[in-house]
Design a protein around this ligand. Structure first.
Ligand SMILES: NC(=O)c1ccc[n+]([C@@H]2O[C@H](COP(=O)([O-])OP(=O)(O)OC[C@H]3O[C@@H](n4cnc5c(N)ncnc54)[C@H](O)[C@@H]3O)[C@@H](O)[C@H]2O)c1
Length: 305
């Protein structure tokens, strides 16, 4: 299959590209390298440097490449920055998607797969979150991802373009950017590998659902051959506190470290975990890599850098 992957120089989508290439698919990557890295590019994929907000360029690429599937991961991903600059977030995550879809409807496309958020989609509800719960995103980032899903539903209804939106929990693994505001495992691993003690925001009892990036890539592989149209949670249904992340990373590094706490970030969600039973029923997907093993692999990667 010919698949165009946006954001394929980034953390998650570079693993998706690797998995697609391994399964013998022809992959074209579009990325503006804003947070992506040339080092992440799979050498068997074709790379085109372009910004999805550049309507003429992205539409010309889609119309000339004519992919059978578009896997859309390019996005602005910082929740905090989306609060400071919602226009920038919407420009990338909503207008960028529309630029893609307006070209996609002109070619015989079979499917669009989009990376959405499970962590920032449901608001402050009782965990685990299910897809049946009302989407009530509390940040411009969550809103733009939900808007993306509604637009995909519109393109499905009007132009019969099937879509699957994969709502990820907190994804972690090798290649994650340790310099953003999210990705606590990457941030802790990089700091500890450099002999620094990371500061835990607040008392560290907030929990998140951490899913390993290769499991996420596998969901993107399974999504290719499914007739399902709609949203699926991709997570582990397990809540892990920031204090536990600190301890596990330190342990995997072979370090004995005192936890250091700083001020809590305002507006932080307290808990988050995703019920993934729908993804199991529909795609046959379930997480394979447990947290200890995933952290061990991340630490190994940081050590080998
Ligand atoms: N990391 C997570 O825990 C997580 C959780 C839920 C959803 N997601 C989603 O998964 C996707 C990938 O996230 P990631 O963590 O790999 O982040 P990332 O920053 O590593 O990847 C994003 C990629 O998109 C590219 N990009 C950004 N804006 C672009 C634009 N306007 N035009 C072209 N390319 C552009 C970047 O250069 C980068 O390579 C995003 O859509 C994100 O919202 C991530």
């Amino acid at each position: 299959m010919k698949i165009l992957v946006t954001g394929g120089a980034g953390f998650i989508a570079s693993h998706v590209v690797d998995a697609y290439v391994e399964f013998g698919h022809e992959v074209v990557i579009v990325d503006n390298l804003s947070t992506g890295n040339l080092k992440n590019l799979n050498p068997k994929a074709k790379f085109i440097e372009a910004d999805i907000t550049d309507k003429d360029k992205i539409q010309a690429i889609i119309k000339s490449e004519r992919p059978e599937v578009i896997n859309h991961h390019a996005a602005h991903i910082q929740v905090g920055y989306s609060v400071k600059n919602p226009q920038f977030d919407a420009e990338n995550n909503i207008i960028g998607l529309l630029n893609i879809m307006e070209a996609a409807k002109e070619i015989p496309i079979k499917k669009v797969i989009m990376a959405a958020t499970g962590g920032a989609m449901y608001g402050n509800k009782k965990t685990p979150f299910t897809e049946e719960m009302k989407a009530e995103p509390l940040s411009p980032y969550g809103i733009s991802k939900r808007a993306g899903e509604l637009y995909l539903n519109y393109y499905h209804e009007l132009y019969h373009i099937p879509f699957i939106s994969l709502r990820y929990s907190n994804v972690y693994g090798p290649r994650q950017n340790a310099h953003g505001e999210s990705g606590v495992i990457a941030i802790f691993s990089e700091m500890m590998a450099q002999g620094q003690t990371p500061i835990i925001n607040g008392d560290g009892t907030h929990t998140r659902d951490y899913v390993y990036v290769e499991d996420v890539a596998q969901a993107n592989v399974l999504a290719l051959n499914s007739d399902f149209v709609g949203e699926l949670n991709i997570g582990t249904k397990t809540e892990i506190s920031t204090n536990e992340v600190f301890r596990k990373v330190a342990q995997a590094m072979g370090l004995v470290m005192e936890e250091k706490h700083g001020v809590e970030r305002p507006g932080e969600q307290v808990t988050s975990s995703l019920d993934y039973s729908k993804a199991t029923a529909i795609l046959g997907w379930r997480p394979q890599v447990n947290f200890d093993e995933g952290v061990r692999r991340v630490v190994e990667w940081y050590r080998s850098k």
